[in-house]
Design a protein around this ligand. Structure first.
Ligand SMILES: *[C@@H]1O[C@H](CO)[C@@H](O)[C@H](O)[C@H]1NC(C)=O
Ligand SMILES: *[C@@H]1O[C@H](CO)[C@@H](O)[C@H](O)[C@H]1NC(C)=O
Ligand SMILES: *[C@@H]1O[C@H](CO)[C@@H](O)[C@H](O)[C@H]1NC(C)=O
Ligand SMILES: *[C@@H]1O[C@H](CO)[C@@H](O)[C@H](O)[C@H]1NC(C)=O
Ligand SMILES: *[C@@H]1O[C@H](CO)[C@@H](O)[C@H](O)[C@H]1NC(C)=O
Ligand SMILES: *[C@@H]1O[C@H](CO)[C@@H](O)[C@H](O)[C@H]1NC(C)=O
Ligand SMILES: *[C@@H]1O[C@H](CO)[C@@H](O)[C@H](O)[C@H]1NC(C)=O
Ligand SMILES: *[C@@H]1O[C@H](CO)[C@@H](O)[C@H](O)[C@H]1NC(C)=O
Length: 589
């Protein structure tokens, strides 16, 4: 195990990104489930956030000094008390939508929207906008409780004008015609200082004008939008005005950035934010998905492009419209070590978070807590999770929830589940499991989880003879509860509004009693189209394939896949504790 640890530590340190300061770099800069990016800079450090939907903690915060290495330093939503409503979000596209991060006069601000993306909730209670602040994003539990503020829509963004007034923009999605609106906000109270939100621009006519950001340059107010929907028609468009309130004149050569109508590897480019480095170069981040068999299970990821803004309008990656490629170049920032006097001096080595996309080995050391990049579904029931409980050092102990990962109504609540993002197309992950379930339906294992309608679970499960026969193991005799290894691939193309446990293709194998105490489970993505699931006796390295899942069936939608550990009583709370140990994630591209 020490060897395994050393290998993963080495592979995490020696990564393939460009040397700091060189011209060329690879996209994505933040891989796997990292949609709707927004960045700001304070002195030499860039801070980026993105959306997290039903995941908790929510709104991860990344810091970088070179725009190549992004280290997760925290989460804006890290305490369940901050957003209790996240426990009751309905549907797979609900939860925390796009966030914007800005810094002003020593304080960082994040605006975001808790969305109930629910066909029954079409009124304005569907959008709950909120503002979080911190003076030091590196601090533990750095971010404030939210200040709620009114906006009849989502993708809210703040802009500070030179006169000290602060304006909030957002997408008013359910207006007679969708449009971008804004009002002048009092940041202390979240109230409007300018009356009702006023229209700014409708965009160029693309679907869903959203993701607005305002920048001021040379006396002009520039409004940057995402349009065309977050699919292959996605694009960034711009308009400008000489007053913040408009009228906004569209750029005559819109869009400014898109990969629409190309067959490039990166598709769906849009939802962009522009910022500068210390040398005065402009950059932008945007979301994008890979052109694969479908969208790729990794979901919407964060790409980086250089921007030249010497003339009236910004030019993205050298052209109008700019295009995004896997390999790009620009004079990347050269990170200097902490500048004397910088209040937020940051060295890559001195903070403990994981670099975005890095491999990991977790041994659940006694006294440790969940790493910052670990995700739960909605708000976790903390009584069901323990790291190294008495008598079980170096384990993650999970108690199964009555809910399984699929759930039977439109919300899954909070099944016992925790994991990390899949950050490479090809990877493998494995974990050791010690679990001796006794009740019909008690289960624990490893999952590839996209949404409650789309996940592949391999685990150890106790089934009565009748359950086993009903679930694809006709050889089961009598009624006694026996233990099995089961792979189920849960896939529906619908967004699970009302769907009940759409299980397909279960693979079940009886498991010898001895093996329940020393089993290893593994998932491997050998290529971009499949996941392969296998098991071994702990330490034997003799992997037996159980079955596979089609990666296109965990693709699409707003999020990306999480490689996780789960436990469920499948209908009843489980009393048997599952002990996980030695979790490994190794990317292969
Ligand atoms: C976006 O958020 C995800 C978690 O939802 C995180 O893994 C990713 O690194 C984030 N990207 C940025 C740009 O913050
Ligand atoms: C979620 O959906 C269920 C079933 O339609 C409904 O009873 C519940 O009120 C909804 N919750 C929210 C917060 O929308
Ligand atoms: C948006 O479109 C509507 C309908 O075409 C139009 O009446 C309105 O003036 C437009 N608003 C702006 C700010 O362009
Ligand atoms: C892509 O092509 C379609 C069809 O010609 C056109 O309607 C659309 O505007 C184009 N999109 C972009 C971003 O150029
Ligand atoms: C993805 O790439 C393939 C091969 O180049 C191309 O045929 C296909 O049209 C592309 N898809 C999109 C949406 O561009
Ligand atoms: C860093 O930023 C702070 C606040 O923006 C500023 O007061 C300070 O002078 C900056 N320090 C350096 C070294 O630039
Ligand atoms: C991907 O890997 C699976 C499992 O090894 C294999 O069956 C499949 O043919 C591969 N697909 C491609 C496109 O290489
Ligand atoms: C998931 O849980 C529900 C009850 O909450 C149950 O009906 C369903 O059969 C469970 N799925 C499996 C595979 O046991």
């Amino acid at each position: 195990m020490l060897l395994r640890y050393l290998l993963s530590a080495i592979s995490a340190a020696v990564d393939v990104r460009s040397a700091p300061g060189s011209g060329t770099y690879s996209n994505p800069v933040i891989p796997g489930f990292s949609p709707d990016p927004s960045c700001t800079r304070r002195n030499g450090t860039f801070f980026c956030v993105n959306s997290s939907f039903n995941a908790f903690p929510g709104v991860p915060v990344y810091a970088s000094r070179d725009l190549q290495h992004f280290k997760q330093i925290g989460n804006v939503i890290s305490r369940v008390e901050q957003v209790p409503g996240l426990a009751t979000t309905n549907g797979t596209t609900s939860g925390i939508w796009a966030a914007t991060i800005r810094e002003n006069d020593g304080t960082f601000y994040v605006t975001t929207t808790l969305v109930f993306d629910n066909k029954d909730q079409l009124d304005l209670t569907r959008w709950q906008n909120m503002l979080f602040t911190t003076k030091n994003p590196f601090a533990k539990e750095a971010w404030s409780d939210p200040i709620p503020f009114y906006f009849p829509g989502y993708d809210t963004s703040l802009f500070w004008d030179d006169d000290g007034k602060v304006w909030v923009q957002g997408s008013h999605a359910w207006h007679v015609y969708p449009q971008i609106q804004q009002y002048q906000i009092d940041l202390a109270t979240g109230l409007s200082l300018s009356g009702d939100p006023q229209a700014m621009w409708n965009g160029t006519g693309g679907l869903a004008p959203e993701g607005p950001h305002v920048y001021k340059k040379d006396g002009w107010y520039y409004l940057l939008l995402a349009e065309g929907g977050t699919g292959v028609g996605h694009m960034a468009t711009m308009a400008r005005a000489s007053a913040i309130t408009g009228p906004y004149e569209p750029f005559e050569h819109n869009p400014v950035l898109t990969n629409a109508n190309t067959t490039l590897y990166w598709q769906t480019v849009g939802h962009t934010d522009i910022f500068t480095d210390t040398a005065g170069n402009y950059w932008a981040v945007a979301l994008s998905t890979r052109n694969g068999t479908a969208n790729f299970p990794m979901g919407r990821e964060t790409i980086l492009t250089p921007v030249v803004w010497s003339g009236d309008w910004p030019v993205f990656n050298g052209a109008v419209p700019g295009h995004i490629y896997p390999q790009m170049s620009g004079p990347l920032p050269v990170p200097k070590s902490a500048v004397a006097g910088e209040s937020l001096a940051w060295e890559l080595a001195s903070t403990s978070g994981l670099l975005a996309g890095a491999d990991e080995y977790q041994n659940f050391e006694p006294g440790s807590t969940f790493p910052l990049h670990y995700l739960f579904l909605r708000l976790p029931d903390t009584s069901k999770y323990a790291i190294s409980p008495p008598g079980h050092p170096f384990t993650l102990a999970l108690k199964g929830s009555a809910l399984n990962l699929t759930g039977t109504d439109r919300r899954t609540g909070n099944p016992t589940f925790v994991g990390r993002r899949q950050t490479q197309v090809k990877f493998y992950a494995s974990v050791d499991l010690s679990f001796t379930p006794t009740q019909d339906g008690e289960e624990a294992g490893l999952t590839i989880f996209l949404t409650q309608a789309q996940h592949f679970d391999v685990g150890v499960v106790a089934l009565s003879g009748a359950s086993a026969r009903a679930q694809g193991y006709p050889e089961a005799q009598g009624d006694a509860v026996e233990t099995y290894i089961r792979l189920r691939t849960v896939t529906t193309s619908s967004s699970l509004q009302g769907a009940v446990d759409p299980i397909s293709k279960p693979a079940i194998l009886p498991l010898a009693q001895d093996d329940q105490q020393r089993l290893s489970l593994r998932v491997e993505a050998p290529n971009e189209t499949s996941y392969e699931f296998s098991y071994a006796q702990q330490g034997s390295n003799q992997w037996h394939v159980i079955g596979s899942g089609d990666a296109t069936e965990v693709s699409g939608g707003f999020v990306g896949t999480i490689v996780g550990m789960f436990a469920s009583g499948n209908g009843a709370d489980s009393a048997t504790v599952a002990y996980f140990s030695n979790f490994v994630y190794t990317g292969k591209d």
